[in-house]
Design a protein around this ligand. Structure first.
Ligand code: HEM
Length: 495
């Protein structure tokens, strides 16, 4: 009886299993049959073995190592199937200028549209300009000088509030947020200081939460419905209605109102706040982390700041903030910030390929064909960590980009000069419009930290960059470093 039951039971199981397996195998086989094949001059195609997912899991595990391995095996240009799409990676700096030449067949807006739609809740509207003309008016020349002087004044006010003669313990990343967040927020959106300290702290907490969730929201692994984001939209919306923003923001809001897109104002504002702050704060954090832990870098940069300060004091004993020209004289500081970004930036420029197109790739010495609807990605970290371009690429060298005479250094690969050896701000038509302002703010905040405070980093929690934000700008630290600080001056910079 029992054996009869078991026989019948296992027969049912077999039938159920077969019923399940047949359709699954048919789907898998048809997916495998439909999987694309490499044609003619197209780059090598790496499909991975899991249908649809392709190489997605390997990429998420450690993107840099995965791409470096593929580069060694297949050369500098290859196509990878992930998540039902194909991505062509351009990994050699010698090819960037060839890509710029075919930019009419590529679209940045289409490539990033899905991400900004999900994260910022901003649908692509074809009648809305990207705003690059407005950015270039206010982020270059006289517009930049005006923006910089406002943010420098607000930053100085923010730092003055932090000055304390007692040792205070905090996190270095937290401190960088506390200095840059109010400076950027008030400069762009709240010039009259309508937000009091409590409102500013809440906005900063909301921003940090939004920023921490950013990658998950962008990849679709976390919900993009955040109370923090809604609070920020509402605050930014109200400030826009009151007309408290910088002229650059007012001009952008005007365009939105003319096109009857008022409901986008707070969301657009959050996207500009995020673009302005997210990478600037982490760059400042890593610059302080590297320099404060490197005695020779700290000594050289301090000397440089002190020299420019001494000359300034001879000219005008009452002056505080450095001018843009004086900041330009601090070549070592500039170099240390560039070196910081070389080590910690994981930015990738993305372009949707609008039509089949060919270009000559100097790195491979041949014509490469790109396929319509694929996405082109330029992961600059592969260039930034290329040992053929940079000696000991994992090391922080504060003077790496300068010759002994203090001039800008050239970089070579296989004896050929490399032009795009450093790209933390992207490239081509999507090159970051805020790059000059960002570097001015980071330098000002860095100098203010050294000039105003005794700072001691703790050796208990030393940060390392996390790899899970690959492709989304400057990498975040795994832990916030403990820092002790107290003021080292009470009055004027000039004694
Ligand atoms: C250290 C700080 C910063 C870094 C590392 C950085 C980096 C970048 C990168 C990599 C891109 C994308 C470029 C590409 O796809 O090729 C970008 C775009 C952008 N950045 Fe920055 N950025 C910084 C600061 C700023 C600041 C202060 C602003 C202020 C306005 C800003 C505004 C923008 C905007 C609006 C875009 C989008 C450009 C477009 O749509 O064409 N960024 N940034």
């Amino acid at each position: 009886m029992t054996s009869q039951f078991l026989r019948r039971y296992s027969m049912y199981n077999m039938i159920t299993l077969l019923l399940l397996l047949v359709p699954v195998s048919v789907v898998l086989l048809s997916l495998l049959k439909r999987r694309r094949k490499r044609k003619g001059n197209e780059p090598p195609l790496i499909k991975g073995w899991i249908p649809w997912i392709g190489c997605g899991l390997d990429f998420r595990r450690n993107a840099l190592r995965f791409l470096q391995n593929l580069q060694k095996k297949h050369g500098s240009i290859f196509t990878v199937a992930m998540g039902g799409r194909c991505f062509t990676f351009i990994t050699d700096a010698r090819d960037y200028s060839s890509i710029t030449k075919i930019s009419h067949k590529l679209s940045f807006k289409k490539a990033v549209g899905d991400v900004s739609g999900r994260v910022f809740h901003l649908k692509n509207h074809s009648d809305l300009p990207r705003g690059r003309e407005i950015f270039s008016e206010f982020l270059h020349g006289t517009g930049l000088a005006d923006l910089d002087s406002t943010s420098a004044r607000i930053m100085q006010e923010t730092i003055t509030k932090k000055i304390s003669i007692d040792w205070t313990q905090t996190g270095l990343l937290q401190l960088c947020h506390e200095i840059l967040f109010p400076s950027v927020f008030r400069t762009l959106f709240d010039q009259d200081g309508d937000c009091d300290d409590a409102a500013m702290s809440q906005a900063m907490r909301d921003f940090r939460h939004f920023d921490n969730m950013f990658v998950g929201m962008a990849l679709g692994t976390a919900s993009a419905k955040l109370e923090a984001a809604e609070r920020l939209w509402n605050t930014l919306n109200k400030l826009s209605e009151l007309g408290r923003g910088h002229d650059m923001i007012k001009r952008r809001d005007e365009v939105l109102r003319q096109k009857s897109y008022e409901s986008r104002i707070g969301k657009e504002a959050l996207s500009i706040l995020w673009a302005s702050l997210s990478n600037s704060v982490t760059t400042l954090f890593w610059a302080l982390h590297f320099v404060l832990r490197d005695p020779s870098a700290l000594r050289d940069i301090r000397n440089e700041i002190d020299t420019v300060r001494a000359n300034k004091c001879m000219d005008d004993s009452s002056s505080g903030d450095f001018t843009m020209k004086e900041l330009g004289q601090m070549r070592l500081l500039d170099c240390a910030i560039k070196e910081t970004m070389r080590l910690t930036s994981s930015s990738m420029s993305a372009r949707q390929i609008l039509d089949d197109v060919e270009f000559y790739a100097p790195s491979e010495k041949k014509i490469i064909r790109l396929r319509k609807d694929d996405v082109l990605l330029m992961p600059y970290q592969l260039t930034h960590s290329d040992p053929e371009i940079y000696e000991n690429p994992a090391e922080f060298r504060h003077d790496r980009f300068l010759t002994e005479a203090g001039a800008s250094k050239d970089f070579f690969k296989k004896c050929v000069k490399v032009h795009g050896y450093l790209k933390p701000f992207g490239d081509g038509p999507s090159l970051c419009p805020g790059r000059h302002w960002a570097q001015l703010m980071i330098k000002r905040a860095f100098i203010a930290m050294l000039e105003n405070f005794d700072i001691r980093l703790s050796d208990v929690s030393i940060s390392t960059p996390t790899i899970d934000r690959f492709g989304f700008g400057i990498l975040h630290p795994n832990v916030d470093e403990n820092v002790l600080l107290r003021t080292n001056r009470t009055d004027s910079y000039c004694t």
